[in-house]
Design a protein around this ligand. Structure first.
Ligand code: CTP
Ligand code: MG
Length: 235
């Protein structure tokens, strides 16, 4: 009898249906050029360097007419099922993965299209750290700076200083089994800004796997020039 590998299957799900308002570019930031290619091109290139991924699904907005022009050669599925929030886009993407045969006990790595500087080696470390975990986990960074909370009355004045010990910044990928993540997002609704917080609301404690500062999310106008410089030094 042919023995079948018992290694769990891993898939990537890339929410790519945002409008990029904070980047102020007048269009979705995932299609802006950095280092001669679009943001999402770099993201998909990094994912295609991870041999443990059995497939990648990109979630686009229904009106998207740009992705194919910007995506390059990386093999991926697309689903035009983007929602009004990131959480809705991810939940709809999970349903699209199910339609393609992905099962409840398969792992799904949700990764922002806008984090185009992620390294395949960091994704591989996340998979190694989580694939035998009961819950799953995420790339994250211990907070280095002292944290201030702005005043309710004047956001540019300090109300208090937070204790940064034990605080982490959540990144992506965030890796959970499809079944658990689907249930978590269905219960949590639209307000959560990452997958881990939905899973936490079910009472679980996702694993924190130390990531890299370079895996930042392109969010503000100045982030694109920084990404450009980092890509240049990598080449
Ligand atoms: N995203 C999505 N569907 C949404 C909102 C966001 O698929 N309704 C995706 C974005 O395309 C991005 C990732 O989720 O790859 C992270 O979201 P964020 O950085 O907030 O991107 P935008 O929502 O596009 O930006 P902004 O919040 O500044 O408008
Ligand atoms: Mg957003």
């Amino acid at each position: 009898m042919v023995s079948r590998s018992s290694a769990a299957r891993c898939y990537a799900l890339v929410p790519c249906a945002g409008a990029g308002e904070r980047a102020g570019a007048g269009g979705p930031k995932q299609y802006r050029a950095v280092g001669g290619r679009s943001v999402v091109w770099h993201t998909l290139a990094a994912l295609s360097g991870v041999s443990r991924l059995a497939g990648t699904l990109v979630v686009l907005s229904a009106a998207d007419g740009e992705f194919e022009r910007h995506a390059g050669e990386a093999a991926c599925w697309t689903a035009r099922v983007g929602g009004a929030t990131r959480a809705a886009s991810v939940a709809n993407g999970l349903a699209a993965l199910r339609e393609r045969g992905v099962r409840d006990d398969d792992w799904v790595l949700v990764h922002d299209a806008a984090r185009c500087l992620v390294l395949p080696s960091d994704i591989e470390r996340l998979i190694e750290a989580c694939e035998h975990d009961a819950v799953g986990g995420l790339l994250a960074l211990p907070v280095a700076d002292t944290l201030k909370r702005g005043s309710p009355g004047d956001a540019e004045r300090v109300a208090l200083t937070l204790d940064r010990r034990s605080l982490w910044q959540a990144q992506t990928p965030q890796m959970f089994r499809l079944g658990l993540l689907g249930e978590a997002l269905a219960r949590a609704g639209d307000a959560v800004t990452d997958e881990a917080s939905a899973v936490e609301l079910l009472g679980h404690s996702p694993r924190l796997v130390r990531g890299s500062l370079e895996n930042f999310k392109l969010t503000w106008p100045a982030d694109f020039a920084l990404a450009e410089r980092l890509l240049r030094t990598r080449a």
